[in-house]
Structure formats: C-alpha cells, structure tokens
Design a protein around this ligand. Structure first.
Ligand code: SAH
Length: 251
C-alpha cells in the first residue's frame, strides 16, 4: 500500500495522528524536500529508507513506489500541507492505478488555513464574504483564462494565493483591477507555523513594497479581503435571539 500523507504547513505537530502513525510505521519515505520540514523524519524508523522527491522525476518516484510495493513494504509519500491542493498527486495516482498498486490519501492542514490562523482571522464573516477562493497567478504552470486573477478578484470574496509571491507586482496589479479599490487589506504570511514565520500586513496599495523590503520571494501565502480588517456582523449561530436545533430559547 502506498500512503499519500499531508505533512501540514511546517510545525511537525500539525500532521494528523493518522499521518504520524503512518510515518512511524513506514519502510520507505518519499518526501517533498523543498517544503516539508525534515523534522518529520525524526519520527520514522531508523532503518527506513528516505528519498527526497525534489531531485526526482515522476517516473523515478513511481519506480521507488513500485519496488516497495513488490517487496510488501509500507511506502509513505509525504506532501506539504494538504496533498490535494497543488500536490501534483493526480499524476502519481493515475500511474499507480495503471500498475494496479493500491494507495490511500491522508489529508493535512493546508498552508492557507495555517496562514489565516497565524494572523488570527476568519475567512468567512457573515456580511463580508462567505466564499474563499484558492488560486495562484500563472507562472511556468498556466492557469485557465476563465480563472484569471482579475476576474476572480471581481467577486470580492476572501482569497488565498499559493505559488504567487515571486510575482507580487503582477498579483497586485490584477487584484486592484478586480477589487476596484486600493485599500483592500492584504496579509502575506511567509513560512506559516515554522520558527522563522514572518507576517506582513498591508493593503493592495503598499504590500508590494513591504514584501520586497522584507525580501520575501517564496513559500508565502497571500491572503486578500475585507475579512482581514473592518466591520462584520455577528454570526446568527451564537446570537441569543436566534434558536436552532441544538440550542432552544431559554425563555
Ligand atoms: N499542498 C500545499 C501547497 C503546495 S504548493 C498546501 O496545502 O499548503 C506550494 C505553495 O504553498 C507555496 O508556494 C506557498 O504559496 C504555499 N505554502 C506552503 N507551505 C507554506 C507555509 N508554511 N506558509 C506559507 N505558504 C506556504
């Protein structure tokens, strides 16, 4: 069995209990070395074999998995955050399917929720936004035109941008057009939950300058929207005058 495991955003204690158990039992660990904290490997068996996928091709990764499966070994494929978001796991799963090798996927804490927790905010405020858009700006990987950042920003929903910090100039330009304002709050969270985490707060007007000044050009979440600053309505769920299935009026 191959287990795709979400390692979480950085802090090793943010992996799931299931993920940690699998790491402890794994015979072969293939980890995404560029983003996954090496500290996770301290939980593995001493005799486990480790592969850093950063220097491997898809075919090489699959052949390590296949070899492990043939020898009845437990193979753990450790991905950063949650494997189902920008994890490039689909192509791995499809090749495993072709070879009739069974696999499972264990979710993880994604960096977008970790970043929002770091700034102590909530993406979904009742009258501000009830929608979170997860996206990226195009880089070497293209983004379908119908999902152009400017178009998505025109919904004025809460947004979390992955893989985009090295292009902050273009990001800001498109967001300004989409949101049609410059004073939209923005938070850049570099290495959320790591020891060297950095938070930069600003608006579309000044965030580019602040990010460049701080020298941040990788491994950051860009969170955008009025959920970061400003007024909001209290939720109905905890409103004393609002009763529901689990809480009847005390009167
Ligand atoms: N599957 C991962 C995302 C992988 S894509 C997840 O669910 O988080 C890699 C991008 O994720 C980076 O470019 C960065 O935008 C973001 N990222 C990953 N770890 C991060 C962290 N600890 N803090 C901020 N952003 C992070």
């Amino acid at each position: 069995m191959i287990s795709f495991v979400g390692a979480g955003p950085g802090d090793v204690d943010l992996i799931t209990i299931k993920g940690r158990r699998l790491l402890e039992e794994g015979d072969i660990i293939i980890y995404a070395g560029s983003l996954v904290s090496k500290d996770h490997l301290n939980f593995c068996k001493k005799e486990a074999k480790f592969y850093n996928s950063a220097s491997m091709t898809l075919e090489e990764v699959i052949s390590v998995m296949e070899e492990g499966f043939k020898n009845s070994l437990k193979v753990i494929r450790l991905h950063t955050g949650d494997p189902t978001i920008y994890g490039a796991i689909r192509e791995q799963m499809d090749l495993l399917d072709e070879k009739n090798i069974p696999f499972e996927v264990i979710p993880g804490v994604s960096s977008f929720t970790a970043a929002c927790s770091s700034i102590k905010r909530e993406f979904t405020l009742p009258n501000v936004s009830q929608t979170v858009i997860l996206t990226r700006i195009e880089g070497r990987t293209s983004v379908p035109e119908k999902e152009d950042l400017e178009k998505l920003a025109s919904y004025k929903a809460s947004m979390a941008l992955f893989l985009s910090i090295n292009n902050i100039g273009k990001v800001v330009e498109k967001l300004k057009k989409g949101y049609e304002r410059e004073d939209v709050p923005v938070a850049v969270v570099y290495k959320a939950t790591w020891e060297d985490e950095k938070i930069i707060m600003g608006t579309l007007k000044d965030i580019e300058e602040k990010v460049k000044e701080a020298g941040i050009n990788k491994m950051a979440q860009i969170l955008i929207g009025d959920f970061i600053e400003g007024d909001y309505e209290r939720s109905k769920l905890y409103d004393p005058s609002f009763t529901h299935e689990y809480r009847r009026s005390s009167k």
